[in-house]
Design a protein around this ligand. Structure first.
Ligand SMILES: Cc1ncc(COP(=O)(O)O)c(C=O)c1O
Length: 399
């Protein structure tokens, strides 16, 4: 390994959402956090060097993204990692992925229209659909003993509703970690084409893939690229969401133009983040190996969780995800409610792990543990998890 992912770095005192503001989510301070999905890893050294030399320059004026260095780096990455050619003109900047999805929903639908999405889902999906006054149409994933698949009959029923206008696909899927296969994508695309439903594919987790299925960008799978777009970013992979900056791949020219007008004129976002732009260019041009090593490291962390649970808390189970640094752990066999479990973890074991219901009512028997961190922290988190379970066992026995 060229890079060191074991190094533990104190993030406290950096206005860090995961560590400094843990109380907002869990109601208590000083917890070991495995919550929001950013990582505790340093950015790749190549990226830090590029930013340091830009920093030395000392002037951070209005900055453009619309040039061949930014767009060329994205094309290069899609070619290299996914064997997926994209046209330079299809690329547009956006401050964040969720901003893009929200604006595309605004542009493509009317109030009351249906947005179909697979559940359990990333919690921001629920909020952005509801707060845009659109109707959430859930295509619940089928859980076969921890392996999630799509209920295509139900998907077709949801897509055929006259008000269904968009499928908001999460590819790879947060929180289940599924990487959709070519066959699955083909069926999704053909159903959407049949019912004239546009696909917004959130591919922010596209680089963190460690199972046997390769990630396939929706523009590569689509037969008609004008009916799909990708909203994504380098920020999840390289741990740079605080720098701001993401991008969309929108092959349909009219929609792309509308998005740009909304971005620049209506919402007044005419300047890109200088560090967001530079970090994307540098990461995509120079940090290929770092991502391979990150994936190998994350996979080992996930295996550690799996083995630890088998040996110490066998009623809790992790089916190895194909993607993401998020361990989606089945705790439904534990004899405790979600509230009891959270209470023990937060107040007695001092560990913050996301309750499954954050991602949908039907995910109550799950917890989501972010293992994008040095192994020692994962070990400490697992020890605390076990401590929480032991506390519950002894307190139940006493009753
Ligand atoms: C599926 C998915 N989309 C989007 C985001 C957030 O992206 P952004 O901060 O660029 O809006 C996340 C972050 O966890 C995510 O998991």
């Amino acid at each position: 390994m060229k890079y060191n992912f074991d190094e533990r770095i104190n993030r406290l005192g950096t206005y860090c959402t995961q560590w400094d503001y843990i109380e907002d989510r869990f109601g208590e301070k000083d917890l070991l956090p495995f919550s929001i999905s950013d990582t505790d890893f340093l950015c790749p050294p190549e990226l830090l060097q590029a930013m340091e030399s830009r920093m030395q320059h000392g002037i951070f004026g209005y900055t453009r993204w619309n040039h061949s260095e930014f767009k060329g780096a994205i094309r290069h990455w899609f070619n290299k990692r996914f064997d997926c050619p994209i046209e330079e003109d299809w690329i547009v900047y956006s401050p964040t992925v969720i901003y893009s999805i929200s604006k595309l929903i605004e542009l493509l639908t009317e109030e009351g229209d249906h947005i179909v999405t697979q559940t359990p889902a990333y919690d921001a999906f629920y909020k952005l659909i509801q707060d845009n006054n659109r109707t959430l149409s859930c295509n619940a994933l089928v859980n076969h003993d921890g392996v999630y698949t799509i209920d295509f009959e139900d998907l077709e029923a949801k897509l055929s509703h006259p008000k269904a206008k968009i499928l908001l696909l999460c590819s790879p899927q947060n929180p289940t970690g599924r990487v959709w296969t070519k066959e699955e994508l083909d069926r999704i695309i053909s159903l959407c084409n049949k019912h004239d439903v546009y696909i917004i594919s959130d591919e922010i987790h596209m680089d963190i893939v460690h199972g046997s299925n390769p990630h396939i960008p929706i523009t590569k799978a689509a037969t008609d690229v004008s009916k799909v777009c990708i909203c994504t970013s380098a920020s999840k992979t390289f741990n740079t969401p605080g720098l701001s900056g993401s991008y969309n791949i929108i092959p349909d020219e009219a929609l792309r133009e509308e998005f740009l007008i909304t971005l620049k004129n209506r919402d007044g976002i005419s300047c890109a983040s200088v560090f967001g732009t530079l970090s994307t260019i540098t990461a995509y041009e120079h940090c290929n190996q770092w991502v391979d090593e990150l994936n190998a490291y994350v996979k080992e962390n996930l295996k550690l969780v799996q083995t630890f649970l088998e040996e110490n808390v066998p009623a809790a189970r992790l089916v190895m995800p194909e993607s993401t640094y998020l361990a989606w752990i089945d705790v439904s066999k534990l004899p405790y409610s979600s509230d009891e479990l959270q209470h023990a973890l937060v107040h007695h074991a001092k560990v913050a792990i996301m309750p499954g219901e954050t991602y949908g009512e039907d995910a109550k028997g799950y917890i989501r543990m972010n293992v994008g961190c040095p192994r020692e922290k994962v070990e400490e988190g697992l020890r605390r998890f076990k401590m929480g379970i032991e506390y519950l066992q002894t307190s139940t026995t006493q009753i």
